[in-house]
Design a protein around this ligand. Structure first.
Ligand code: NDP
Length: 246
């Protein structure tokens, strides 16, 4: 298997950490961004105890200049990025009639506009090298909508629109672009939801439990292999059967 350089944005989070671990296990050089030095240091130490070395670069996915600097620092330290996982994301839940402009913008900027900020400085190099794997981490709620998440559902649906356009533009350059849409996964984001709400969510999942970050990471790694060069523009739904629509 060819060793490649991968960037996972939000690699220090619940799902991101699992993706980083899986990509490292595949033998890749893996980079991620951080915003808070102390938090990054603690995470780096925890990973090092598992024998996992990660290239950590400061970067805020909401800020285009910060992203350009981050990509160029990774390029300098580990080589050109061949695998990109746009995973960083946030929620700011509230019903739309109470939503502030800031709550809307924060969510759209972090989940959707970040795809531009991070992918734009990477794509030209991938086209030149004629190989690339790009995976967007969207959400079940970008497919089915969700009460209290007009901002998040709009941003996550937009991510797949981005995927299918980028997939068409770059298919002839050996670059695949896909979306993974997780259902509810047992990370801090979901465990912060009140227990009674979580129980109601689980009741809607045919498999009868929340997903694990490893189950999402497994799918992401699958989409980054040489063998999946004919899979592009797909949206892989991983949700325990909660949403089975097309
Ligand atoms: P976490 O909150 O655990 O992790 C989010 C990561 O994104 C953190 O590393 C965080 O870094 C980073 N991040 C947030 N904002 C920025 C920013 N402006 N610039 C750079 N990094 C940023 O979330 P999850 O692991 O649960 O979620 C990962 C992805 O999966 C998200 O896109 C989420 O929407 C999606 N998802 C999650 C589901 C779930 O059930 N958990 C379900 C469906 C989709 P920092 O520490 O600096 O804040």
């Amino acid at each position: 298997m060819t060793q490649r350089t991968a960037l996972v944005t939000g690699g220090t989070g619940g799902i991101g950490t699992a993706i980083v671990r899986y990509l490292v296990k595949q033998g890749h050089r893996v980079a991620t961004n951080y915003r808070d030095e102390a938090k990054a240091d603690a995470w780096r130490k925890a990973m090092a105890q598992e024998g996992i070395e990660v290239c950590m670069v400061q970067g805020d996915v909401v800020d285009p200049t910060s992203c350009e600097n981050m990509i160029s620092a990774i390029h300098h330290k580990c080589g050109p990025i061949e695998i990109l996982v746009n995973n960083a994301g946030i929620t700011r839940d509230t019903t739309f009639h109470k939503m502030t402009y800031q709550q809307w913008m924060d969510v759209v900027n972090t989940n959707l506009n970040a795809c531009f900020n991070v992918t734009r400085p990477v794509i030209e190099d991938m086209r030149t090298r004629k190989w690339g794997r790009i995976v967007q981490i969207s959400s079940i709620n970008g497919l089915k909508g969700q009460y209290g998440q007009a901002n998040y559902a709009a941003a996550k649906a937009g991510m797949h629109g981005f995927t299918i356009s980028l997939a068409q533009e770059n298919a002839r350059f050996g670059i695949t672009v896909n979306t993974v849409s997780p259902g509810y996964v047992a990370t801090d984001m979901v465990m912060a939801v009140p227990e009674e709400v979580r129980e109601k969510i689980i009741a809607q999942i045919p498999v009868g439990r929340l997903g694990t970050p490893e189950e999402i990471a497994h799918a992401v790694v699958f989409l980054t292999t040489d063998e999946t060069s004919w899979i592009t523009g797909t949206n892989l739904k991983i949700n325990g059967g909660q949403y089975m629509g097309w």
